[in-house]
Design a binder for this molecule. Structure first.
Ligand code: FES
Length: 362
């Protein structure tokens, strides 16, 4: 057994005042708790993503991690019943009204192997034809559907891409049930994980289909939105807030999940603001790592005073130039993606060749 390594934590009476707190001892965060007349001390770093356990809450003798809710018995460090996870626990003693901790007494941590979420795999382009996903962000009653200008044009773009030999997929965002971003990033940059914390905790959340398409499947992503009061649709924003986890990987792990992919946009509205909406979308998707074809969006609007929406619908249906422009957008995006994929495959070949030459390729 290791020699004891006692450290003074402070006056017992003072430490009793808080049921759970973080104390840092020799650089180590300890979740110190006091409940039912007894102190408990466990390592204050959660096994999931490093959440600060001492800043969490106490529930029925368990410390609840403030980031995503994993729990550990406050005196033994054992995970909740049924879990084989455990964080180290430490011995404590009281002498002369002071509390001491023995850092050498820490038990071994046990991190049970948790099956990684399928999205967590390394993004690697599977061989095959170019792949285009169209994401429609308009909202309607799908039981009693209406004509949507943005969704119609998205269909035109996907048809053109398919005609060019691409595999295509349409995702109607309003047919997916998914939660709004709950702001894990606001707790800590590291609390906003990839895959998304919600996706990992809630297997009923259906945004997985969008993550899968964007990060793993597609070479080209076409996003279609109506203009609502000068902005993209509320569902578009609900989706992109959940994509902070993609961008945040660059901040927290220097890991770029989106490479060699192209984004294009379709923006339609009865009234104006096409440029502002497209500008916001380009900024956001650029921050995720997407690149753009030359002239990366098509837009349609009949101007500020065009309140006669039925004529707007008729105009889009009849506008052959707009439809041809939308097909051209799809083709430009594919062309750009073709170059990027070829460049990416060339770089991978060079890397493999280099590793083979220096004997590191197994
Ligand atoms: S539950 Fe503790 S870091 Fe996620």
């Amino acid at each position: 057994m290791a020699n004891p390594d006692w450290h003074r934590l402070g006056p017992v009476e003072t430490l009793k005042q808080r049921s759970l707190q973080t104390v840092t001892v020799a650089g180590r965060p300890i979740a110190l708790s006091y409940d039912e007349g007894r102190f408990g001390a466990i390592l204050g770093r959660c096994l999931h993503a490093g959440g600060p356990l001492g800043d969490g809450t106490l529930r029925n003798g368990y410390v609840v991690c403030p980031w995503h809710g994993w729990t550990y018995q406050r005196e033994t460090g054992e995970g909740e019943p049924g879990s084989t996870d455990a964080v180290p626990r430490y011995l404590l003693k009281q002498e002369g009204g002071e509390l001491f901790i023995d850092l050498a007494s820490g038990t071994h941590p046990r991190a049970a192997s948790h099956e990684p979420h399928p999205l967590a795999r390394r993004p690697e382009r599977a061989p095959g034809a170019l792949r285009v996903v169209g994401i429609s962000t308009t909202v309607m009653d799908r039981q009693a559907p209406r004509y949507s200008t943005s969704e119609d044009l998205l269909g035109v773009a996907l048809e053109a891409a398919a005609g060019d030999g691409a595999e295509t997929k349409l995702i109607r965002l309003d047919s997916l049930r998914f939660r709004a971003c709950e702001g894990y990033y606001s707790k800590s940059a590291n609390a906003c994980t990839w895959p998304c914390s919600i996706t990992q905790m809630d297997d009923k959340d259906e945004l997985t289909a969008v993550y899968e398409a964007l990060v793993h499947w597609a070479d080209v992503v076409l996003i279609a939105t109506p203009i609502r009061w000068g902005n993209a649709s509320s569902l578009y924003f609900k989706m992109i807030e959940r994509m902070n986890c993609i961008q945040n990987q660059i901040t927290t792990h220097n890991r770029v999940l989106i490479r060699n992919k192209v984004a294009g946009f379709i923006v339609t509205g009865g009234q104006d603001n096409v440029q502002a909406v497209a500008g916001e979308m380009m900024m956001f998707f650029g921050e995720l790592g997407f690149t753009f074809a030359q002239f990366p969006f098509v837009g349609h609007s009949r101007g500020w005073s065009a309140e006669d929406m039925e004529n707007n619908v008729a105009a889009v249906k009849a506008d052959q130039e707009l439809r041809e422009g939308t097909r051209a957008l799809a083709r430009r995006c594919l062309e750009r993606a073709r170059d990027l994929v070829a460049a990416g495959e060339g770089a991978a070949r060079t890397e493999r060749g280099g590793r083979k030459a220096n004997g590191s390729l197994k």
